[in-house]
Design a binder for this molecule. Structure first.
Ligand code: GAR
Length: 198
């Protein structure tokens, strides 16, 4: 059976994208990375994907001033053109409009560096430390219209140490992200492949 084609959306470093690419090098992995798209042409992850032989596309949001949907229609077109069946947000740091969310309902997931529903947004690690929590972690969830909302698929926990800084906590959480995301994408790909034949 053909592997499920995954489109990965990034905005920056792309370390989660890299672990997905690495996992998909195993021919037994049920998904392949068909396309990496960035909303920022200078995202370092784009070069890493290219070096790994993965097709990339930068759809610069600055080219669509005041037109979030136009930006996303271009992304959507590229994903469909590449035969993508599942979209993985991997550090895609732009709130999606209802257009793209609805277009990929049930087929788009995000990874977030906190134990959602707590600490959504872009400042999770600082907020976890400020709240004095003794654990944090990461969450993979289906993407819905609210930021970092949507049904939770899986989580992984890490301890928060009294000596932690934002940097040390982020690194501990990221390690878990790198384990969790390939596992969840594999599970979802198996489900999608099973739906194809049923
Ligand atoms: C990751 O920690 C990811 O969970 C987070 O951005 C980082 C991207 O790193 N995403 C969010 O905060 C989404 N709300 P990466 O580019 O190295 O994968």
């Amino acid at each position: 059976m053909s592997r499920v084609r995954v489109g990965v959306l990034i905005s920056g470093r792309g370390s989660n994208m890299e672990v997905l690419i690495a996992a998909a090098r195993d021919p037994a992995y049920p998904a392949e990375i068909a396309l990496v798209v960035s909303n920022r042409p200078d995202a370092p992850g784009l070069d890493k994907a290219t070096a790994a032989g993965i097709p990339t596309l930068a759809v610069d949001q600055k080219a669509f001033p005041g037109d979030r949907e136009g930006h996303e229609r271009t992304i959507d077109w590229a994903l469909r053109e590449a035969g993508v069946e599942l979209v993985a947000l991997a550090g895609y740091m732009r709130l999606l409009s209802p257009f793209l969310v609805r277009a990929w309902a049930g087929r788009m997931v995000n990874i977030h560096p906190s134990l959602l529903p707590e600490f959504p947004g872009t400042n999770s690690h600082a907020e976890v430390l400020a709240a004095g929590r003794d654990k944090s972690g990461c969450t993979v969830h289906l993407v819905t219209e609210g930021m970092d909302e949507g049904p939770i698929i899986a989580q992984a926990e890490v301890p928060v140490l009294s000596t932690d800084t934002e940097t040390s906590l982020a690194a501990r959480v990221l390690e878990q992200e790198h384990r969790l995301y390939p596992r969840v994408i594999a599970d979802l790909a198996r489900e999608i492949a099973a739906e194809r034949v049923s």
